[in-house]
Ligand binder design. Sequence first.
Ligand SMILES: *Cc1c(COP(=O)(O)O)cnc(C)c1O
Length: 434
Amino acid sequence: MTHNTDLNIALFERAKRVIPGGVNSPVRAFKAVGGTPRFVKRAQGAYFWDANDQRYIDYIGSWGPMILGHGHPAVVQAVQQAVLEGFSYGAPTEREVELAEEILRLVPSMDMVRLVSSGTEAAMSAIRLARGATGRSKLIKFEGCYHGHADALLVKAGSGLATFGNPTSAGVPPEVVQHTLVLEYNNIEQLEEAFALHGPELACLMIEPIAGNMNFVRASVPFMKRCRELCTQHGALLVFDEVMTGFRVALGSAQSVYARHLPGFEPDITVMGKVIGGGMPLAAFGARRAVMEHLAPLGSVYQAGTLSGNPVATACGLATLREIAKPGFYEELSRKAQLLMGGLQTAADKAGVPFCTDSEGGMFGFFLFKELPQNYATVMTTDNKRFNILFHGLLDRGVYIAPALYEAGFMSAAHTDADIAETVAAAAEVFKMI
Ligand SMILES: *Cc1c(COP(=O)(O)O)cnc(C)c1O
């Protein structure tokens, strides 16, 4: 079954000599699952091909951005046109304005938006803005939520309410995270306690509304309701990190999903990335006018970027947003995500493997559990060995899912029902081995 991967192995060896771990972002190294990362040669539609010309059905899509699939003609054309007009000017362009207008039209909780180059940068800037706007220092984040690798956000340790977080990474001084309070996701009691203890000092609460960095875990509606109420009551800003969920789970992003259950619901600051760049380095953060006017050059919160609003990236993002805004786009994407999850569930049931799934729009997750987990600690009880058999079994059969059990999966518009059937058939074989 296992196909030849010798050229990937050779590239990995070469890469390890010149790039730490051979990769430019850690999860690509396959450290959690073992084996050799696939070096991508090219991609088209729902597929990519590795160094050995082996084809894979791609359920990662660059970790979310490739919602249209790879090489969508309208996007390719927009990027080609933009490239001919110049790569970067360090001066404003009309296209940035167009992209900002389009984002604000689709996500009405924001009056203004600032474009940056990565989700990390957007989340880091949103925190600075929240602190600048409120004149407060402390922030709440949740265990298992990833907001990029800015120092103040690199904490996850559930060290309890009395103590503030410990850095997750070496190189982050404890003083830098002393204002970061880490709570358990979906735990209303802890949330209330934290606000009771620290309410007047809290600048913001930052949350992934549907967490995609501990596989796929939704914030429950009652939990989200309490987050909103407590922030309002204590004058803290509710920051939605929609870098992954933005334009991925719905055209109005995850906040529109919560607004279905909580009429009038909106966050104070929204952080976006991934899909809005369509595969180019582009991210954004936005809020109501009164908050955004704290940013330089209007206000005293500094934020800047040489490549921010890059003309090629904005062309790619704009073309992507125009495609996903077409009628019926999310209905079809959701249908396919559900088709895949239903197929995997049936295959797992037949093989007697404990299994459960969830999805929203084009984002999905599955667990080797009977019931969906509600927090990071539960996700982490997954049997690594069984997950790795599943991962490598699928990889050997030309299906590429995230090489770690704490990552979500992504459907694209380019996946066909036949691709999904092929995936389910591969999974049915692998489930028998688990
Ligand atoms: C990917 C991600 C980030 C970081 O974005 P980068 O572009 O990788 O810096 C931040 N928050 C969430 C929720 C993400 O999924």
